[in-house]
Write a protein that binds this ligand. Sequence first.
Ligand code: PEP
Length: 258
Amino acid sequence: MSAKKKLIVANWKMNLNIHEASVFVHQLAQTIAVHRDVEVVLAPTLLALQSISLQVDRRQFKLAAQNFYWRDFGAFTGEVSAAQLRGLVDYVLVGHSERRHVFHEHAKDIRSKVQAALRSDLKPILCIGETAHERSLGETNGVIHDQLLAGLANVTSEEFHNVVIAYEPVWAIGTGNNATPKDVEKAIQTIRRQIEHLYGKTAAENVRVLYGGSVKSDSAATYLATTGVDGLLVGGASLNQHEFTTIVEAAHHARENN
Ligand code: PEP
């Protein structure tokens, strides 16, 4: 299998205003080295995307939108489409647990967003994962199966090259509850098995699968060394310069582990 770049995504959520985001990007640019084997993606507030896109060196940082609406244009007051984000960002988050559980996005919305992203040449990072309740009922594999099937419906093999999957158990996001490497390895095995079923063995090996859920500088290396993990989706720790810089360095030092 060809070596894959590690992918480290910073999800700043609804934190930092335009000025603060710009100052923080400036600080990160001082400490995050450009490594050929690591791709670093920043997902700031939508408001800051335009200014940050002019500020960053795209070899150092790529950009992602945290959210968008699935229609391309039209009378949808307050919304921003993937078509409008084209050229500004490389990636978009889709199906993040906060979108699913706080904003009640359903499978149909998520499927439409994946398709809208691909239509506009943006790479969707499709986030999937079970809640604590689902986990307690032993439904982790079933949730992964359903969320993948729903999110990827109508995605062709050719389009699938541009899809990234993030396994983010809901109970681990923003809680400080760490999934064990064994949990993560098993879930990612399930993901790749299903991708193989849908798109074939090569696609299953090549798709980038991230882990996300309370990753910090002291746990990053362990997750990155876990079989099947190609990178990390980082929330809270991505708002701290030292933490995030250390996580990117851990990705550079991680070995290919599929
Ligand atoms: C996230 O926002 O996707 C996330 C994983 O957050 P945290 O790292 O804070 O758990």
